[in-house]
Design a protein around this ligand. Sequence first.
Ligand code: GTP
Ligand code: MG
Length: 326
Amino acid sequence: MPAKKETESVSEEKKLTDVPGIGPGIAAKLEAAGVYDLMGLAVMSPPVLSEMAGVGEAVARKAIQSARSMMNLGFMSGEEFAKKREDILFITTGSENLDNLLGGKGVETRAITEAYGAFGSGKTQLALTLSVNVQRPKEQKGAEGKAVYIDTEGTFRPERIKQLAEGIGADSQKVLKNILVARAFNSDHQILLLDKVSELIKNGEPIKLMIIDSLTAHFRAEFAGRGQLADRQQKLNRYLHNLMKLAEQHNIAIFVTNQVMSNPAVMFGDPTTAIGGNILAHASTYRLYLRRGKAGSRVAKLIDSPNLPENECQFFLTEAGIRDEN
Ligand code: GTP
Ligand code: MG
């Protein structure tokens, strides 16, 4: 435990500009591309850094090596590592198929799970269901915690929560009490709410799940022009970075929803892409693509997971919640 603390404080104190070869100009370019700290730099490859920062590959290689040695990367005892994994909690989706797709137990803490898909594909239903299920005892595939629900679209429905609670035989009044809802009116407000959540956790609220439905809607609306794409991406990057930090520091699960836009450049397969593109693909640990399937079902596909095979499954949105069968 002390060793971990040391690593954390070292990486928090040192800035990009502390790395030999990285001046303020290069640091600004890196930040614009979503690299804010030594960790971000340490995991890069020399050619990528070289192109991003406009420096030679030798300089890039040296900067990455310096960042790595400044962070003591790679040294965590097996015991420590196992302990960190042991802490992870899982929240069932209510569907065994969907839980299995996500590795067997549902959505996990210390990770961001993103669901993207067209309207009506089930993103909000999944978010609402998880806010109920996080409260279940651990033996019943819950995390015995509260949920924070950041609603950007005004689609949070207390009546629906009641139905979902009844669907698992829980006290609907209690379940509602354990979901802290905030409406985010614009992207700045949405960003500010993260500090509020940290504060709640520090004050002892046992929050184990944070929902953001939708992650991207405000960003998309406010940065609509073509010339604003880079600004939007930068702001979104920083936000995601902070989300990941929150998930990691407090051992909470983060579930975000994302709309799709049609992408005329895609000729084969499904011509839809999540808003936020690649940046989001890097930040989220699990990405689910949801779509309508046969006979009123929904299909979830796991995309780009680092440790699970790309796969898909079927589930249903029922009165009682998310289930394998209708
Ligand atoms: P957008 O936010 O519009 O992009 O869509 P979304 O992906 O969030 O869709 P959402 O999760 O709101 O899914 C809506 C669908 O959920 C509806 O078309 C219904 O099929 C299903 N649904 C919602 N409420 C109920 C309910 O009370 N009972 C049942 N059986 N299905 C419901
Ligand atoms: Mg929705």
